[in-house]
Design a protein around this ligand. Structure first.
Ligand SMILES: [Zn+2]
Ligand SMILES: [Zn+2]
Length: 374
């Protein structure tokens, strides 16, 4: 079967994070006849992992793709539009999954001579939960790869161009929810209550001082207000509670720790001065993807020698990608693969993964396999 046909089948059955049941079943059914040495299902939820084993000593490489789609209504009119209302593959994970299935076909047709290759189909990337769930799954402990690899298609760059970087390649991103608790009072007598409005305003104004938005600097850090609520639409009541949702990003995990500490200190000071209680919780946590310098340089040379155009990125991508949990734990690389200058941006309702990239993705991964395990 042509890879484009597989990709379009996956595109039709798009499922949101954590509910990739049909997609995972499709992947497992595809892999089973290829007879991997191990086929794990239900990993970290709906994850699937197939291990191809040469039976000989050698490194264990892991390649990862994502199974999930997004809660976005597709506006394209091609023949293979998503059958799930309000849900579609607008990050190209259908393409990434197909690339890994293509690699499985290649490994089955031309087996490795030494070592092992694991192909991990991970759930729930978009919510930042899937990678952590897979790593926490006791079944994953048997895998323990020596090197880990993943790629993401990147619109705006020439089709098939390899985008690579040493150190951070995607930002550390996480979101903070602050729940403020004061005390309601009659709106005519706010002095008898504790209205968190002032605290909310002061914190919002403080965000600019705590941000360093110059992306050319290594201490880039950005705090973006995303949602806020104060009291109720009860016009006789002075508000007694509020909540504020912020998304933070920084180029490295270390820089993220610094901005978090500074922000928490400021919140504590402001709330303390006004005697407003608060509780902080975190959601959508993405660690920065940190590329191994040696592996990045090796691959850049290898790809160039194979005729693939290579761009060394001067700064990381500003988006978060939860493969960072893997690159924090294992030596590895997160790679960008250009999906064309005219390709609509990721998460846009008209985006679609370009099928012309499928063979290029399989070729790139096969190159890594050949260089290490052939
Ligand atoms: Zn995405
Ligand atoms: Zn994605």
């Amino acid at each position: 079967m042509e890879l484009a046909v597989i990709r379009r089948q996956l595109h039709r059955i798009a499922e949101v994070s954590g509910a990739e049941y049909q997609t995972a079943a499709f992947v497992a059914d595809f892999l089973r006849p290829l007879q991997p040495a191990v086929l794990l299902t239900g990993l970290g939820g709906t994850g699937v992992c197939a291990t191809f084993d040469s039976g000989e000593q050698g490194p264990h490489l892991l390649f990862r793709a994502e199974l999930d789609a997004l809660p976005i209504q597709e506006i394209n009119s091609f023949s293979y539009t998503s059958l799930s209302p309000g849900v579609s593959h607008k990050c190209g994970h259908d393409g990434h999954t197909t690339i890994l299935l293509g690699l499985a076909l290649s490994l089955s047709g031309k087996p490795i001579r030494r070592g092992r290759v694991s192909l991990l189909f991970q759930p729930a990337e978009e919510t930042g939960e899937g990678a952590a769930a897979v790593l926490a799954d006791p079944a994953f402990e048997a895998i323990q790869p020596d090197r880990v690899y993943a790629l993401h298609n990147v619109p705006g760059y020439p089709l098939g161009e390899l985008l690579i970087r040493t150190g951070s390649i995607t930002a550390a991103v996480k979101s903070m929810v602050i729940a403020f608790s004061g005390k309601t009072a009659h709106a005519a007598e706010p002095e008898h209550g504790k209205n968190p409005a002032g605290v909310l305003a002061r914190i919002l104004l403080a965000l600019d001082e705590l941000s360093q938005p110059d992306t050319d600097r290594s201490d880039f850090q950005l705090i973006t207000p995303v949602h806020a609520v104060l009291g109720e639409k009860a016009y006789g009541v002075s508000a007694g509670h509020a909540s504020l949702h912020l998304t933070l990003r920084a180029w490295t995990n270390e820089q993220m720790e610094l901005v978090v500490a500074a922000l928490e200190k400021r919140i504590s000071e402001i709330c303390g001065e006004s005697d407003i209680g608060y509780a902080v919780s975190w959601t959508n946590v993405f660690e920065a993807n940190t590329n191994d310098t040696e592996l990045a340089k090796e691959l850049a040379l290898l790809a160039a020698a194979a005729g693939t155009p290579v761009t060394m990125l001067s700064q990381p991508f500003k988006w978060g990608e939860d493969f960072g949990y893997f690159t924090q734990r294992y030596r590895g690389l997160f790679l960008g693969l250009g999906s064309g200058e005219s390709c609509p941006a990721l998460h846009n309702p008209d985006y679609d993964f370009p099928d012309a990239l499928l063979d290029k993705g399989v070729g790139l991964f096969r190159l890594l396999v050949e260089a290490t395990l052939a």
